[in-house]
Design a protein around this ligand. Structure first.
Ligand code: NAD
Ligand code: MG
Length: 394
């Protein structure tokens, strides 16, 4: 009686912050002894992707950008690791056999490959929240169709997943998403008017990719997470609360109809959520910092301010309007965020542009298929770009 076959893993977005943490967790849990790496994907960081592929013994390495195909190919020549690129390469990645897929591509680019992997039946460890924000119903349907598990990796949703007993789902009254408040929690609107990328990206507690760090400062990250929670846990919009909790020790909570509130606590380290998603339904020993409550001494809470952080209001608007408003919010926000990063738009104008686009596109019909989601996303991006040109021309 030999050992059972190792679990096959794919990591979409392996070169990013979540992707690197995932490879770190895999290493800690025995690496090639216990797992077989099917596919790794990256974008521009070819050198890192090639090194990861060699170290992990991946079968296939994919760069999302066709221009990097040749350099990835030459970096991996003689290793026997297959190479692919572009959108078709990402779809090939999704088609490869894997029992578990970490979906950690940033933004809408992750949608098509993650959906395809879900349909094929892989368990999906979901970091890419945009999948649920833009295409929630279709994505949940794809998971059902494939029969795999959906394992939330976003720390808040992972926390809820950890404390939400399936048998007690009927008694869930509310979920309470915690938010650190980011670097501008106590800043005045005046101060926020002229913040720079450098101050916006400096998250007080978590070390993350650039875009999600800025989204955390504007609360757009929390806005996406409200919509994400709605789809993950089949909640009504009014069941989703947000509370500022500057220490980021409580990662989120579930409130039940008997008045009990259950919380998951831990050091702010994504490897806990990643490890939980990898080991579920068991738990593994992870090399994360253990909480010392005497040292922590206190946990603080503050009501969030929707005037200084309009993104939270926009999430509620998107949820009540329904249809493709999630895709529109996300598409418009991504364009505004890129403009902010490139210095073409002010920090506060990101929410203004997003709200205008949501209003302008409130009449779009609900999505019957993924193409409708992509169309809504494209329209939102175009409209956001138009609005910004107008504003600059004024
Ligand atoms: P990141 O920017 O560090 O990494 C993104 C990954 O996606 C990289 O591997 C990059 O090569 C790849 N990528 C970038 N553009 C691409 C494109 N056009 N096509 C295909 N691949 C592309 O981002 P991250 O912080 O690791 O976040 C990844 C996802 O996880 C995001 O959806 C984010 O919201 C979510 N998330 C991240 C954290 C965190 O702690 N970093 C926490 C919760 C959720
Ligand atoms: Mg989160």
């Amino acid at each position: 009686t030999g050992k059972s076959a190792p679990r096959r893993l794919s990591i979409f977005g392996s070169t990013g912050s979540i992707g690197q943490n995932t490879l770190n967790v895999v290493d800690h849990l025995g690496g090639r002894e216990n797992f077989e790496i099917s596919v790794l994907t990256g974008n521009g960081n070819v050198e890192l992707l090639a090194r990861q592929a060699k170290l992990s013994g991946a079968r296939l390495a994919v760069t999302a950008n066709d221009r990097h195909y040749e350099s990835l190919k030459s970096a991996l020549s003689g290793t026997g690791i297959a190479v692919a690129s572009g959108k078709s390469g990402l779809m090939e990645a999704a088609d490869r056999e894997a029992d578990w897929v970490m979906a950690a591509i940033v933004g809408t680019a992750g949608l098509a490959p993650t959906l395809a992997a879900a349909r094929r039946g892989a368990d999906i460890a979901l970091a890419n929240k945009e999948c649920l924000v833009s295409a929630g119903d279709l994505f949940i349907a794809a998971i059902r169709e494939g029969g795999g598990k959906l394992l939330p990796v976003d720390s808040e949703h992972n926390a809820i997943f950890q404390v939400l007993e399936e048998s007690q789902r009927h008694a869930v009254e509310r979920v309470i998403l915690t938010a650190s408040g980011g670097p501008f929690r106590t800043a005045s609107l005046r101060d926020m008017a002229d913040v720079t990328v450098e101050t916006a990206r400096a998250h007080p507690n978590w070390s993350m990719g650039l875009k999600i760090s800025i989204d955390s400062a504007s609360m757009f990250n929390k806005a996406l997470e409200m919509i994400e929670a709605r789809h993950l846990f089949s909640l009504r919009p009014e069941q989703i609360e947000v509370i500022f909790h500057p220490q980021s020790i409580i990662h989120s909570m579930v409130g039940y109809s008997d008045g009990s509130v259950l919380a998951q606590l831990g050091a702010p380290d994504m490897r806990t959520a990643i490890g939980y998603a990898l080991s579920f339904p068991r738990r593994s020993n992870l090399p994360v910092e253990r909480l010392d409550f005497a040292k922590l001494a206190r946990l603080d809470f503050e009501a969030p301010d929707e005037v200084r952080f309009p993104a939270l209001r926009l999430a509620r608007l998107a949820m009540t309007r329904g249809g493709v408003q999630g895709a529109v919010l996300n598409g418009a926000k991504e364009v505004a965020l890129e403009a902010f990063i490139e210095g073409r738009l002010s920090f506060l104008a990101m929410a203004e542009v997003t709200e205008r686009v949501m209003d302008d596109l409130a009449g779009l019909p609900p999505a019957a298929a993924m193409d409708d989601v992509f169309a809504a996303d494209r329209e939102a991006r175009q409209r956001a770009a138009e609005l910004m040109t107008l504003a600059i021309a004024e």
